[in-house]
Design a protein around this ligand. Structure first.
Ligand SMILES: C=CC1=C(C)c2cc3[nH]c(cc4nc(cc5[nH]c(cc1n2)c(C)c5CCC(=O)O)C(CCC(=O)O)=C4C)c(C)c3C=C
Ligand SMILES: [Fe+2]
Length: 433
C-alpha cells in the first residue's frame, strides 16, 4: 500500500475554511461557507512526516494488511440488528465505504463535517479529530461467519449462506482457551489503525454512529505499541514480556510470500470467488500473566521465547535476523533452542512452511480486583486460509508451547476480509453480486 497525495478538504482545511465559530454563533450553515482548497500535506511532507502520512482506502486489496503497521489500533466487532434486512446491510457497507474513504483522506466522516449542516441537526462527524491529520489511518472491514447464517449460525437472514467461504467456520476450542462470549465473534469487524490513537478512535466511533439502527457494537479493543513489523523500513518493537516481537513476521515487500500466505487466490473456493484478493483476519485477545512472568528468571524467559531478550537473537546463536538452528546442542547435549520454545513451535520448518502476517498490539485494560495488570497482546494475523495457516499452529501451541504457562486466550474471532473497493464500488460488493 503506498502513501498517497492528499486530496479534497482536510479536517484542518475545513476548520480554517468554515469560520465555524462565527457560523455557529450566527445560526448559519457553515457548509455554505466552505471554499474549495486544501491545507493538508504536500507529497514530500506526506512521505517525511508520519502524522501527515495517508493511505488510499481504495485499491486491489484493503489497506491495513500489508500497510506498515501503525502504532495504535481500535478494533471493533458488530452484530446486525435483529430487524435489519439485506438492503440495510448493503446500505451500511455503502455508507461505511464513503465514510472510511473520507476519514483515511483526513476529512470528516460525512460530507458536511463536524461544524456544518443544519444547526438543529446532529453534525455528520463527531469532531474530536478536528485539526488532526490522519497519521496513516487505515480502516479494514471483515465479515464474521454468523453474517452468513446456515451451518449452525441460524437463519440465512441476508441470503448469503450459499456464498459463505468454506474457510469461514468458527475457530475450534483450543486446550487452555478461556473465551468470553462478550469478547468473541461478531457479524462484522472493523480494524482501524493510526499513529494517533484519537484518530483511530474517531474512526470507529463515527462508523458505529453511522451503523445505528442497522448494526451495533458487540465488543471492541484498544491497542497501543505494535507487536509486529510489516515493512523492512520498520524497527522491531517489544511486547509486554519485554521481548522483541515481529522479527520473523512477513513483510509487505515480500510480494511472492504475501501472495502465497496472505491473499486468497482466484479458484481457491468456487463458492466464494468474491474473496479473491481478500484475506482472513484471525483475532485473539491473549491475556498475559504479567506478575508470574516478572518473577521468572531471565534464563527462564529466554528459554520460553527461544530468543535473547537483549537483541532478539535465536538461542542457537547469531544476531536478530539469523535463522534458528534447532540442531545446535549445548551443555549435556540439550538443544540450545528448545523445540517447545515459542519460536520452536511457531517456526515455518515445523509448520509445513507456513508464515504469518502478524499485526498485533499490546493492550492494558486497567487492573483486576487483586491489583494485577489486566494486560496482554491483541493478536491479529491475516492469512490466506485459517485451516492451513492458523488452526494447526494454534493447536500445537496450546498443547506444547512453553509460553502457554504465561498466557490465556480470552477472546477470539475469525473474519473474511473482502478485497479492496475499487472505482466507485463499496467494500464487499462482490458478495452481493
Ligand atoms: C498462532 C500464532 C501465534 C500466537 C497466538 C502468538 C502469540 C504470542 N507471541 C508472542 C511473542 C513472540 N512471538 C514470536 C514469534 C512468532 N510467533 C508466531 C505465532 C504466534 N504467536 C510466529 C509465527 C512467530 C515467528 C516464528 C518464526 O518464524 O521464527 C516472537 C519472536 C520474535 C519474532 O519472530 O517475532 C515473540 C517474542 C506473545 C507474547 C504471544 C502471546 C501473548
Ligand atoms: Fe508469537
Amino acid at each position: 500500500m503506498t502513501a498517497v497525495q492528499p486530496g479534497g478538504l482536510s479536517r484542518r482545511g475545513l476548520l480554517a475554511a468554515s469560520g465555524a465559530g462565527a457560523a455557529a454563533a450566527g445560526g448559519l450553515s457553515a457548509a455554505m461557507m466552505l471554499t474549495p482548497g486544501h491545507a493538508g500535506a504536500t507529497p514530500e511532507q506526506a512521505a517525511d512526516s508520519p502524522a501527515e502520512r495517508r493511505y488510499d482506502f481504495r485499491g486491489e486489496h484493503q489497506a491495513g494488511i500489508t500497510t506498515p503497521a501503525q502504532d495504535r489500533m481500535h478494533f471493533a466487532a458488530f452484530d446486525m440488528d435483529p430487524r435489519a434486512s439485506r438492503e440495510d446491510l448493503v446500505a451500511l457497507l455503502q455508507d461505511w465505504t464513503s465514510a472510511a474513504e473520507r476519514m483515511t483522506d483526513g476529512r470528516g466522516a460525512g460530507s458536511l463535517g463536524p461544524l456544518s449542516g443544519p444547526y438543529d441537526a446532529p453534525p455528520d462527524d463527531t469532531g474530536e479529530a478536528i485539526d488532526l491529520p490522519p497519521a496513516g489511518l487505515t480502516i479494514t472491514f471483515g465479515f464474521g461467519s454468523s453474517l452468513f447464517g446456515g451451518e449452525g449460525s441460524g437463519k440465512d437472514r441476508f441470503g448469503l449462506a450459499a456464498r459463505r467461504p468454506a474457510a469461514l467456520e468458527r475457530l475450534p476450542h483450543f486446550p487452555g482457551d478461556n473465551l468470553r462470549q462478550q469478547l468473541s465473534d461478531g457479524d462484522l469487524c472493523i480494524q482501524a489503525c493510526s499513529d494517533d490513537p484519537q484518530v483511530a478512535v474517531h474512526a470507529v466511533r463515527n462508523l458505529t454512529r453511522i451503523a445505528m439502527g442497522r448494526a451495533h457494537l458487540r465488543w471492541s479493543q484498544l491497542g497501543f505499541g505494535r507487536t509486529s513489523s510489516t515493512s523492512d523500513a520498520q524497527s522491531t518493537p517489544r511486547n509486554l514480556f519485554g521481548f522483541k516481537d515481529g522479527t520473523m513476521g512477513l513483510r509487505g515487500e515480500e510480494t511472492d510470500a504475501i501472495d502465497e500466505h496472505v491473499w486468497v487466490s482466484s479458484g481457491a473456493d468456487p463458492r466464494a470467488e468474491w474473496m479473491t484478493g481478500g484475506s482472513y483476519l484471525v483475532a485473539r485477545k491473549i491475556a498475559m500473566r504479567i506478575e508470574p512472568w516478572d518473577r521468572s528468571s531471565l534464563r527462564e524467559q529466554e528459554r520460553v521465547v527461544g530468543r535473547t531478550k537483549a537483541e532478539g537473537a535465536p538461542l542457537s546463536g547469531g544476531t536478530e535476523f539469523s535463522q534458528p538452528d534447532f540442531a545446535v546442542k549445548g551443555r549435556g547435549g540439550q538443544p540450545m533452542l528448545a523445540l517447545g520454545s515459542h519460536v520452536g513451535i511457531a517456526h515455518p520448518s515445523h509448520n509445513d512452511g507456513v508464515r504469518l502476517l502478524r499485526r498485533g498490539y499490546n493492550y492494558v485494560d486497567g487492573n483486576d480486583e487483586m491489583g494485577r495488570l489486566a494486560a496482554g497482546l491483541f493478536f491479529i494475523a491475516f492469512v490466506t486460509d485459517p485451516r492451513t495457516h492458523y488452526i494447526p499452529m494454534q493447536t500445537k501451541m496450546s498443547r506444547d508451547d512453553l509460553m502457554q504457562e504465561y498466557v490465556q486466550h480470552v477472546g477470539s474471532g475469525l473474519f473474511a476480509v473482502p478485497p479492496g473497493a475499487q472505482g466507485d464500488r463499496y467494500v464487499g460488493q462482490g458478495l452481493f453480486a
